[in-house]
Design a protein around this ligand. Structure first.
Ligand SMILES: Cc1cc2nc3c(=O)[nH]c(=O)nc-3n(C[C@H](O)[C@H](O)[C@H](O)COP(=O)(O)O)c2cc1C
Ligand SMILES: CCCCC(=O)C(=O)O
Length: 394
């Protein structure tokens, strides 16, 4: 190894990039990004359960050519990773969501813009020319609001701007109990707004200076809605009404984010969802739920290839992507790693995160003896036996 390489300070793992981001972000912003709900057990379990899975490598396989690419909805992804929606990215970088979108476009990975973005959906679309036929898919994440007409306007705007998928987040009827956020409420600085919500100029922010258009309890929601009006999130989504209503409203793909059981996955298929995201919201909603990797096999089994199964929660290495694919995911979303990359070095930082994950995935595949995404199956995985020595195959 050359002296230069040996003394390089360039971060080479996602964890190293997070450590740098932590030193650059104000404490309350870092805490908001990193936190989970309640005792953060679900957030930590996502990572812990991925770590418990072991890879059982096969040798004497010619791995001279590794192909990490995959296709969903007819779009080719250079590797099976896309960006999860995450709110308020200008808190980590002055150009926030635009830098993230530029990184997505340059690497060719799909991105979901949060409805709670600090850059408007139109500005992101324009900056990155999201309708380019050879570019990646850009999806728009939606929290349905109390007033369906208000949501409808947002949906129409997203469609007109060129977003091809609508990710409806279904795990947030009320906000999870985020202890840090309750103790030190995060208030957006002057000049920063939730740009997709077209409140008339000068109208005050939601009650109690909440920046989230959501409440911690149903009682609080009923109180706040009187003051904050139609932008308040809805707690009344149902299988019977919500998907048919969305179907009428838009021709974008409808993707349900926050599915954690095989039963709900089947209902999503029955009600015509185009895809689901297996997600516990990065452990930020209900604490003490299973890790997403634990529920993935049953959900993938229930869906049985009828629609794409997208996965998120705790993915920090290429080997985590490998494990999720092995257990039935078609595509893997990363949430916090994008925020760490953005805080570290804007677009370049997000690209660095992607490059790290791609290289790690490709190396994992070569060392495990598989050559393509299709060849990654649960045959490559094992788990240490609870009560003794040895490995159980999954
Ligand atoms: C700071 C932050 C903001 C988030 N904002 C949103 C959001 O606006 N909409 C949404 O559906 N999910 C949101 N999520 C959840 C992510 O989309 C994703 O499910 C989760 O972060 C995945 O876990 P990971 O961070 O361990 O990769 C947010 C997550 C974080 C950490
Ligand atoms: C109402 C939720 C706001 C953003 C979000 O989803 C998160 O912080 O996890």
């Amino acid at each position: 190894m050359s002296q230069k390489a040996a003394s390089s300070t360039v971060p080479i793992t996602v964890t190293e990039i997070e450590a740098i981001a932590k030193t650059r972000l104000p404490k309350n912003v870092y805490d908001y990004y990193s936190c989970g709900a309640d005792e953060e057990k679900a957030r930590d379990r996502n990572v812990y359960m991925l770590d418990r899975l072991l890879i059982t490598p096969r040798v004497m396989v010619d791995v001279t050519h590794i192909d990490t690419s995959t296709t969903t909805f007819g779009k080719r992804h250079p590797f099976p990773v896309a960006f999860a929606p995450s709110a308020m990215q200008r808190l980590c970088h002055p150009r926030g969501e635009i830098e993230t979108a530029e990184a997505a476009a340059s690497i060719g990975l799909s991105m979901t813009l949060s409805s709670q973005s600090t850059t408007s959906l139109e500005d992101v679309a324009k900056a990155c020319n999201i309708s380019k036929p050879d570019g990646p898919d850009f999806w728009f994440q939606l929290y349905l609001t109390q007033d369906p007409e208000y949501s409808l306007k947002l949906i129409k705007r997203a469609e007109k701007a060129g977003y091809t998928g609508l990710i409806l987040t279904v795990d947030t009827p009320v906000l999870g109990n985020r202890i840090n956020e309750r103790k030190t409420p995060l208030v957006l600085p002057e000049g920063m707004n939730l740009e997709n919500y077209d409140r008339p100029k000068g109208e005050r922010k939601p009650a109690k200076e909440r920046i989230f258009l959501n409440a911690h309890t149903v009682e609080e929601a009923n109180e706040i809605v009187k003051e904050s009006g139609p932008t308040m999130h809805s707690s009344s989504l149902t299988w019977e009404h919500t998907i048919p209503w969305l179907r009428k409203a838009t021709s974008m793909k409808i993707i349900l984010k926050g599915i954690m059981t095989a039963e709900d996955a089947k209902l999503a298929v029955q009600h015509g969802a185009d895809a689901i995201v297996v997600s516990n919201h990065g452990g930020r909603q209900l604490d003490l739920v299973p890790a997403t990797i634990e529920v993935l096999p049953a959900i993938a089994g229930a869906v049985s290839g009828r629609i794409p199964v997208i996965f998120d929660g705790g993915v920090r290495r290429g080997s985590d992507v490998f494990k999720a694919i092995a257990l039935g995911a078609d595509l893997v979303l990363i949430g916090r790693p994008v925020l760490w990359g953005l805080s570290y070095d804007g677009k370049k930082g997000v690209e660095a995160i992607c490059n790290i994950l791609e290289r790690e995935l490709s190396r994992t595949m070569a060392l495990a003896g598989v050559r393509s995404i299709k060849e990654i199956t649960k045959d490559s995985l094992g788990i240490a036996k609870w009560n003794g020595f040895g490995i159980s195959k999954l």
